[in-house]
Design a protein around this ligand. Structure first.
Ligand SMILES: Nc1ncnc2c1ncn2[C@@H]1O[C@H](COP(=O)(O)OP(=O)(O)OP(=O)(O)O)[C@@H](O)[C@H]1O
Length: 226
């Protein structure tokens, strides 16, 4: 089943066409890596996939339904309920402790505090943070912060996890931990799109999309491409 379909997506920024006629289909359960040189449009494409930015032209379908960027409420509900995001910087809320950070998106969705707390606890344990649930964000390491960010991204059991250089600030040991978590949740059925500079990480995905100058240069293997 196709989860996300992009059809002839273009994005213009300040007179520059940064995405050029991008067509792409993401099937449920895929693990896709997007690679390419700096400035090739990887992040811009990921943002559009996550409805964080709107295209200048082209169509997007989520589970076959056209996305209308003018419907802000529908878009934000889809984003909150179906999508998870992990960025290079964790964007955790410093005023909240770790468990509260993971509870926050669930509370926003209307889940009861009791249920949200239980799920947050389970996720933090799963991500190796047992016993640190009540710590403040500044009381844990960078690798741990990124794992809390992943727990938060998984809090609402997203259908798709969109990750922009999630290991960009991590050492090799923490990078490995994060990649193992991604592989694990992908095996459990979560679709993943990972933007990375690192070819060795990209090779762990099931499909690699290579970008250059706002275009898809190559998709490996070729079968999923439109
Ligand atoms: N908000 C913006 N304003 C102006 N130009 C932008 C903006 N966002 C992206 N661009 C331009 O669009 C192009 C693609 O940027 P993008 O961040 O998508 O590339 P990238 O492949 O993710 O790069 P990097 O690997 O360095 O993060 C670049 O030329 C960039 O300068």
């Amino acid at each position: 089943m196709t989860l996300l379909k992009l059809l002839k997506i273009n994005k213009w920024v300040g007179g520059e066409r940064i995405l050029k006629d991008i067509s792409l289909e993401i099937v449920e359960g895929e693990f896709i890596a997007i690679i390419g040189p700096s400035g090739s449009g990887k992040s811009s494409l990921l943002y559009i996939m996550g409805f964080l930015d709107c295209p200048s032209s082209g169509d997007i379908l989520y589970r076959g339904k056209p996305i209308n960027f003018a419907e802000a409420n529908t878009i934000s509900r889809l984003r909150n309920e179906k999508m998870g995001f992990v960025f290079q910087f964790h964007y955790l809320i410093p005023e909240l402790n770790l468990i509260e950070n993971v509870m926050a998106p669930q509370i926003r969705k209307g889940i009861s505090p009791k249920e949200a707390k239980e799920r947050a606890e389970t996720l933090l344990v799963r991500l190796g943070l047992k016993g640190k649930e009540k710590r403040q964000v500044f009381e844990i390491s960078g690798g741990e912060m990124q794992r809390v960010a992943i727990a938060r991204a998984l809090a609402n059991s997203p259908e798709i996890l969109l990750c922009d250089e999630p290991t960009g600030n991590l050492d090799s040991k923490n990078t490995e931990k994060v990649m193992e978590i991604f592989e694990e949740i992908n095996q459990e059925g979560t679709t993943i799109v990972l933007v990375t500079h690192d070819l060795s990480l990209a090779r762990r995905a099931k499909r690699i999309i290579e970008m250059r100058d706002g275009e898809i240069l190559k998709t490996t293997p070729l079968n999923g491409a439109l």
